[in-house]
Write a new protein. Structure first.
Length: 451
């Protein structure tokens, strides 16, 4: 985060009324926090208190987060009011004073929302306004997705819930703040590529550290207490061999629908290694022509081997060992080819899941397009590690088959001729919407993805 965050130059100086006005949403949050504590939800209580503390940053996206939470708070108070009234009526107890108190609480919540929506809220939360919609939207979507996962999965999937039951909401808040920060940094196209690479590497580091702790005997760091192979090809071959276990294929397919082949540039725990090794060379080279068919050969081998092992009744131990050999061979490809050529050789020439991602990712409406203002300077080719911007691709005005929508090419184009495209949206709106979606998925995966 910037040491001295930018402030909207057109925003007026925060005066006394704006400073005092923030008391309204803070008081509303205190009441909600106390309400959750009263009903024994200490994790949600702490989360609301932490959200209130974020107001001190005065960042514009926090105003959007507060508006969303207080809107949800209205639903909480309405449901509580209805429950209290029903209980008192059924018991024949007085209800007028309770109605007055609840009406006052709801009125305070409404006034807080009005203050946040109107000028007072915009004046107070005036830091980094250019990031407000993107970071705020990412925070909200991350919190909603993580909350839905937490409430629908039949076991504690968030780490805090495993060690401190009920505290998962605090982890959800932390994931939302992290996502808002990452999206804010990536709002500037010049920062997109380095930030993407770093947070992708962070995801891989967290994933494999949890795996190491799980192998060491701390079973809370494993998804279900049982160990599985951390090899992307197993997502394809595993269900074929077992004849079941479709959670990961379904999750993979869902991400393809939402963000297309961006799984391979934002969400794959192995791909981050290939990315890091390929960047050891400043300029990308080129893979030999035959290597471009390697993924399809790998896919055929994985599918055929899984079917054959299932038909022959090969033991799980042998199947796991063969899967481990396949994964180790992929690491060798990274070490020997990706670093030497500056191209993501594992992802573009070896990984069968990458081939599936690029092929099925075409069902998603997301595309990268090159407009008529392109000067054919090929600067974008030097930024692409997936070999998706060859001269023939640039001439056609679209990225090649290997494109994973990583966005590394955006800052390289001086004419801003290459951009994300989505039907009905401008290029800038499409870029920001894609950013919200992919960073939110990344943050949720950071919280729940483990073996």
């Amino acid at each position: 985060m910037d040491a001295f965050p930018k402030t909207d130059p057109d925003a007026p100086v925060v005066g006394g009324r704006a400073r005092y006005g923030v008391i309204l949403p803070l008081l509303s949050l205190v009441l909600l926090s106390g309400h959750f504590l009263r009903f024994g939800n200490s994790g949600l209580c702490l989360s609301v208190a932490a959200l209130a503390a974020l107001a001190a940053t005065r960042r514009a996206w926090v105003r959007i987060a507060l508006m969303a939470f207080l809107a949800a708070g209205l639903a909480v108070w309405a449901g509580t009011w209805a429950d209290f009234l029903a209980i008192r009526l059924a018991a024949g107890r007085p209800w007028l004073r309770m109605n007055i108190i609840m009406a006052a609480v709801v009125a305070l919540n409404v006034l807080s929302l009005v203050w946040l929506v109107r000028a007072g809220g915009r004046v107070f939360f005036n830091r980094n306004p250019e990031q407000a919609a993107t970071s705020g939207g990412t925070f909200i979507l991350t919190a909603v997705l993580a909350g839905v996962v937490r409430e629908t999965v039949g076991f504690p999937i968030l780490m805090l819930d495993r060690f401190y039951p009920g505290w998962g909401w605090l982890e959800i808040l932390a994931l939302g703040v992290y996502a808002a920060w990452a999206a804010g940094r990536m709002t500037d196209p010049a920062r997109w590529s380095p930030v993407r690479s770093r947070i992708w590497g962070l995801f891989s580091l967290v994933f494999f550290c949890q795996l190491a702790l799980g192998i060491a005997g701390v079973r809370e760091f494993l998804m279900s207490g049982a160990l599985h192979l951390p090899v992307p090809a197993v997502i394809v071959g595993g269900p074929i061999y077992r004849g079941g276990g479709y959670f990961m294929p379904i999750l993979f397919a869902a991400t393809l629908l939402i963000v297309g082949p961006a799984w391979c540039s934002h969400l794959c725990y192995i791909g981050a290694w290939d990315d890091a090794l390929s960047r050891s060379r400043k300029r990308p080279g080129a893979l030999p022509a035959w290597a471009r068919h390697g993924r399809w050969f790998s896919l055929a081998v994985v599918v055929a081997a899984a079917l054959l092992m299932r038909l022959l009744g090969v033991s799980t131990g042998i199947a796991a060992a063969l899967g481990g050999v396949f994964g180790a061979a992929g690491v060798v490809v990274m070490l020997t080819a990706s670093g030497r050529l500056g191209v993501m050789a594992h992802c573009t020439a070896y990984c069968p899941l990458g081939a599936v991602s690029n092929f099925l990712g075409r069902v998603s409406p997301w595309r990268m397009r090159i407009d008529s203002g392109c000067s054919r300077c090929s600067a974008c080719s030097q930024a692409c590690r997936y070999e998706a911007l060859k001269p023939t691709d640039i001439e056609r005005g679209r990225t090649g088959f290997n494109c994973t929508l990583c966005g590394d090419c955006l800052a390289s184009c001086r004419q801003a001729s290459i951009a994300y495209r989505f039907p009905g949206l401008s290029a800038e709106t499409a870029r920001r919407l894609f950013l919200v979606l992919v960073v939110s998925l990344h943050a949720v995966f950071l919280g729940v993805a483990r073996m």
